[in-house]
Write a protein that binds this ligand. Sequence first.
Ligand code: DAS
Length: 361
Amino acid sequence: MQIKLKLGKLAAGFGLASFVALGTMSAPVAAQTKPNVVILATGGTIAGAGASALNSATYAAAKVPVDKLLAGLPELANVANVRGEQVAQIASESFDNETLMKLGKRVSALVKQADVDGIVVTHGTDTLEETAYFLSLVIRTSKPIVVVGSMRPGTALSADGALNLFNAVSVAGSKDAAGKGVLVTMNDEIQSGRDVAKTINIKTEAFKSQWGPLGMVVEGKNYWFRAPVKRHTAQSEFNIDEFEALAPVDIVYSYGNVPRTLVDTTGKSGVKALIHAGTGNGSVANRVVPALQEVRAKGVQVIRSSRVADGFVLRNAEQPDDKYDWVVAHDLNPQKARILAAVALTKNIDSKQLQRIFWEY
Ligand code: DAS
């Protein structure tokens, strides 16, 4: 197949020299058969800009508005009819519960529209995994929802945002992506929003799940190898239409020499649950155990997660959870455990219900 390559003009949205492949590429799908995908932009590196093409790690996040992102990627028209909305314009380390709720409410409203076939959320990578998991818990839909970011700004050499976004829109418009929970497309992989985490902070291959990706997307085609088994989206017992705020839940990180005061302080801050990011299999320092017991006695749920990235916390292994009435976070990392507890505790449930929820979601 003879394809003539021509250096395109600087693409406004991604600020990068885009190569426009001409010649015998497949013609765009006719408009009436293309899916309608709405892109909700929140900021991050995918909307970032650096001073030069050599700045792949030094740049400002959350600078390029969604209309410029889309204008810089005309190839999206090959796979979907797209329109964009700017829900926020922040680096995702600054996300908070209010921003999560605002985004979730907008997603919930859009998926109810018959003329919306799929949703893409562009997002900073730092807390992308938390947002993806949150949406998988509270959006009652089987329509594809794909969260996407980038590790390099669009102005950098070999920027990853353009293809990540193209892949996200392609997957969000795919019928075979329906019912698989909230997805994350990064680095050609299709990851489960529940399982994926940012594991490397300086490479484009940054997002991993210990259970593996669900599949890959290559040139607009999805290749699936597994499907989620945990509850999500349409099968969730949670619905963002039924609550207005997340429950306050915070995390205490454990390490050698950790004082009990971190737990004492957090336990008195008004949280409904405390996530203990323990060492090893969710272990708790002996001087911190009484502090957690006192927090539990005040009615705050205690949830044992682990600072170790992979594996899962076993109930009654490193601590007598039954005796202390504590919950284990299973394979969820501390930040995901916080999201699940913050959603679950919008309902009036006891620790046994909470533990069931941690097994099922
Ligand atoms: N600060 C990071 C964020 O917004 C940049 C990024 O990787 O998106 O999450």
